[in-house]
Design a protein around this ligand. Structure first.
Ligand code: AHG
Ligand code: MN
Ligand code: MN
Length: 343
């Protein structure tokens, strides 16, 4: 009997499969589940992706439009001057989650207290924590910026509206990631099962899988830190930097935007540092929507994330906008920094 063999594909099946692996499909695949919870997480990631597309679109046109660049004239809870893009991006995340039934609360760098979406609260038990635009000093000069996010499950009823259940360590993060707005827009996420990256294909309007199970090299030549703060550091960090200056094989890279600096280190190895200073002993970076999500990514990729003494993922914040010193990157490079710190 004659058997009919399938026609040979001109484009290898694997290339097409990858082109069809969108972010939401990947989330379902990686959770290995079609349960309601898996669908909710997939839907949340799709909404985050939509926020990323909206922000990416506005950034790419910022120089051509009125009223997109520059400051609003206001100061946020952090005491920092707010940029118009900070406000826009903050509102984008709120808008994409309205009437989604997915997220009851959003906590952001730009808001004093969490924002509640009451119509979602009866069923949406998730909270989104986010830094809408990270590295906003880069916005006006058309350099890379990012968004950082984490998803946590709401615990308890939060009747007083204080969201105190968010004041727990980083192991409570169900998912975390960032969107890097560079020459291309890239989304990187983890749900505790490896780190995966997606590129925005503008012609499709979809984030398409680029790399699965990214692993950070154990060593790297890059050290990324604002050395202008040297005079404000304690001796541990000064001694580490003095050591680096006297060694062959190190190269300094610092963009002023954490997401871009971390992305470089995730892909190529190295270490990012934001130590405490005399003005700000806890440093500048905030735990819940900056360092904890990035620590989750870095650890899932096989790297290390520390405040100098403790793993960042173990830190319990005392308030939503709690700050922490940060050393993130290749395992051996983070341990080298730690070796200079007196316990
Ligand atoms: P944001 O724009 O969200 O306030 O964050 C800026 C952060 C981070 O992106 C960057 O690594 C760091 O601040 C830069 O701070 P310095 O200018 O003090 O180096
Ligand atoms: Mn930031
Ligand atoms: Mn920010």
């Amino acid at each position: 009997m004659n058997t009919i063999s399938p026609p040979e594909l001109i484009i290898p099946e694997s290339n097409l499969d990858r082109d069809c692996t969108t972010l939401s499909r990947h989330v379902l695949q990686s959770l290995k589940s079609f349960s309601p919870d898996a669908y909710d997480l997939s839907a949340i990631m799709s909404r985050i992706a939509l926020a990323g597309k909206l922000i990416s679109r506005r950034l790419s046109r910022a120089g051509l439009m009125e009223d997109v660049l520059g400051f609003t004239g206001e100061t946020n809870i952090q005491g920092e001057s707010v940029k118009k893009m900070d406000t826009y991006a903050n509102e984008v995340f709120i808008s994409v989650f309205k009437q989604s039934g997915l997220v009851c609360r959003l906590a952001s760098e730009e808001m004093d207290k969490p924002y509640y979406i009451p119509e979602n609260c009866p069923i949406g038990r998730y909270t989104l924590l986010y830094d809408p635009i990270d590295g906003s000093s880069n916005v006006d000069i058309n350099l890379n910026v990012g968004s950082i996010f984490a998803i946590r499950q709401q615990e308890g009823e939060d009747l007083d509206g204080e969201a105190t259940d968010l004041l727990q360590n980083g192991s409570k993060q169900i998912a975390a990631g960032y969107i890097l707005y560079g020459p291309a827009t890239v989304l990187v996420y983890t749900m505790g099962n490896g780190v995966h990256s997606f590129f925005l294909d503008p012609s499709l309007g979809e984030f398409i899988l680029a790399q699965e199970n990214i692993k950070i090299p154990d060593h790297g030549s890059v050290y990324s830190v604002n050395e202008g703060n040297f005079w404000q550091w304690n001796d541990s960090f000064r001694n580490y930097i003095r050591y680096v200056h006297r060694q062959e094989g190190y190269t300094g890279r610092y963009s002023g935007a954490l997401v871009g600096d971390i992305h470089r280190i995730l892909m190529q190895g190295g270490v990012f540092l934001y130590p405490g200073t005399t003005d700000q002993p806890q440093g500048k970076l905030r735990l819940l929507y900056e360092t904890a999500p990035l620590a989750f990514i870095i650890e899932q990729a096989g790297g290390k994330a520390s405040d100098g003494i403790n793993p960042i993922l173990d830190i319990i914040p005392s308030k939503i906008h709690y700050r922490t010193p940060a050393i993130l990157g290749s395992k051996n490079e983070v341990e080298l920094v730690e070796s200079f710190i007196e316990k």
